[in-house]
Design a protein around this ligand. Structure first.
Ligand SMILES: [Zn+2]
Ligand SMILES: [Zn+2]
Length: 244
């Protein structure tokens, strides 16, 4: 049974509303916890000493709204691909079990991280930067509201890979939903402006492979290193990592 054009519009409105509520909720909660309640107690965890002003946050929210609309459109495309049998989705969980379920989320993170690293490096080429990536880097001192503040073209390139991933990787729907949640949380964490992990974590066996808030913050203040999204393995391999 096909959805009429009218129904697709409502699906889009619903997805956009959900994405908007999630973005505002997490960004506001993060802001209140770290920038308001924890302003003094968590000062030692602030990565850059200066505090953002209202104008900056207003711009970040404004430039995020069209991006959430793009995500809504990508979600429509993904639903269309699933409904018409183009995706590699499987719906019976017992077909592949838990190890594959967890592994498939990790695989999506590695694939997205690889795509992001290379596309991100390309966007920092002078010929591409102004056209694609400058909007995101208007925030030199990022806040949780910076997460989706970017040019529409940048969002389409970085996240347009999601519908392609579902065509290639066999996925349970919940694995894909969890992956999108992890992608969202990493984005919020990377722009939090505060480090949430203790110092020892950075040199631990797992910590040195994670793209922490400090890592991505250093990318915003310095531009020429830490291009990864979830992990640091591409930055380590290509010697573009800066730890502090
Ligand atoms: Zn960023
Ligand atoms: Zn960048």
């Amino acid at each position: 049974m096909g959805l009429s054009n009218f129904s697709w519009v409502w699906v889009w409105v619903f997805v956009f509303a959900m994405l908007f509520v999630r973005y505002i909720l997490f960004a506001v909660v993060g802001y209140v916890i770290f920038y308001v309640i924890g302003k003094k107690k968590l000062a030692h965890r602030k990565i850059q000493a200066t505090m953002p002003n209202r104008t900056t946050i207003g711009r970040e929210i404004r430039t995020s709204l069209p991006i959430l609309a793009i995500f809504g459109t990508l979600a429509i495309l993904i639903i269309y691909l699933i409904r018409n049998g183009y995706s590699q989705f499987y719906f019976d969980f017992s077909n592949r079990g838990y190890p594959y379920f967890i592994g498939s989320i990790f695989l999506l993170m590695v694939l997205h991280d690889t795509w992001f690293y290379w596309i991100h490096r390309l966007m920092h080429l002078p010929s591409m930067y102004k056209w694609l990536h400058r909007t995101h880097h208007l925030s030199v001192n990022p806040t949780p509201f910076t997460s989706f503040s970017m040019d529409c073209k940048e969002a389409l390139i970085e996240f347009g890979v999601f519908p392609i991933l579902i065509l290639i990787v066999p996925l349970h729907p919940n694995a894909f939903l969890l992956f999108t949640l992890v992608a969202f949380l990493f984005n919020i964490m990377g722009h939090l402006g505060y480090e949430i992990f203790p110092r020892w974590f950075f040199t631990s066996w797992i910590g040195k492979w994670i793209n922490t808030s400090t890592h991505h913050n250093l990318h915003h203040s310095g531009l020429h290193y830490n291009y990864g999204y979830y992990f640091t393995f591409w930055d380590k391999l290509l010697k573009t990592e800066k730890i502090q």
